[in-house]
Design a binder for this molecule. Structure first.
Ligand SMILES: [Zn+2]
Length: 266
């Protein structure tokens, strides 16, 4: 990870974070926020740094343009979020991940927002496709590059008991290391529940794993299916490919889960 962001001019109230694959945006964001909110430029020990570390700094709003960003959201941010700060510091952070996915309407709104140069607001964009960002946005933002940290990634992957194939499957599905970490934690929990259920065949573990399964979105389910393929015979693999193809049509997660369990039991 490039950590020279402490050298960013303090005036960078609009920032583009150029991400390389498997860089950790969440880690960067927390360090960046600490460097601004903390009186000691991010000491890590004061109440403000701790608040940020524990996800309890409330004047932070995060959107992912790939998933959920509409023009109305930006207008709402301008009208509500910016006017009604919750923290006594009166420093607000607006984060938009994958800014290259934002549509024209959203970008126009954001441009106006940046141009207002509200001194209490920091706007942070992230992207894996810097070339796709509009020049009008680029010219109004400072840019910083973050890269992956091999030590962090290896030490994490060594802690989890996955075989090489499973590790590669997971790595190839994620751009951001923090997303990968969250997903792997879910997977490890889910996987151990499934194994326990197959051993003991009891209803409590079944319901627990069903609950986790139902909380997954379709991209996540797709990844689980990819990994489950490695637990079943060839016939099962073909069925799973079939589920993956129909995944977006599959309205019933409980039914899908039941079908998967039947496959694994074979
Ligand atoms: Zn501090």
């Amino acid at each position: 990870m490039t950590n020279n962001f402490f050298n960013l001019p303090k005036k960078s109230h609009a920032l583009i974070v150029k991400q390389y694959p498997l860089s950790n945006f969440t880690l960067f964001l927390k360090q960046f926020m600490k460097s601004i909110v903390c009186l000691n430029h991010g000491c890590g020990n004061c109440p403000w740094c701790k608040k940020i570390e524990q996800d309890q700094y409330y004047d932070l709003i995060i959107f992912d343009a790939k998933i959920d960003l509409k023009k109305d959201n930006v207008i709402d941010m301008q009208n509500k979020f910016i006017k009604s700060g919750l923290e006594e510091k009166n420093i607000k952070f607006l984060v938009i991940k994958n800014i290259d996915f934002a549509n024209k309407q959203v970008l126009n709104c954001l441009l106006k927002f940046i141009e207002r140069q509200d001194p209490s607001v920091y706007i942070i964009f992230s992207t894996f496709n810097y070339v796709n960002i509009l020049p009008t946005i680029k010219s109004r933002c400072a840019t910083i590059t973050i890269t992956k940290n091999d030590d962090e990634i290896n030490s994490f992957l060594n802690k989890i008991k996955l075989n090489e194939q499973e590790k590669n499957t997971i790595i190839n599905c994620f751009n951001d290391f923090n997303d990968l970490k969250n997903m792997v934690s879910k997977f490890v929990e889910f996987n151990s529940l499934i194994n326990e259920m197959l051993l003991k065949n009891n209803i409590v573990t079944f319901l627990k794993s069903l609950k986790i399964f139902k909380s997954l979105d379709y991209d996540e389910i797709n990844l689980f299916l990819e990994i489950f393929k490695q637990k079943v015979n060839n016939e099962g693999k073909m069925k799973i490919v079939d589920y993956q193809e129909k995944l977006f049509l599959y309205p019933n997660k409980s039914l899908l889960f039941n079908n998967l369990i039947e496959l694994i039991k074979k």
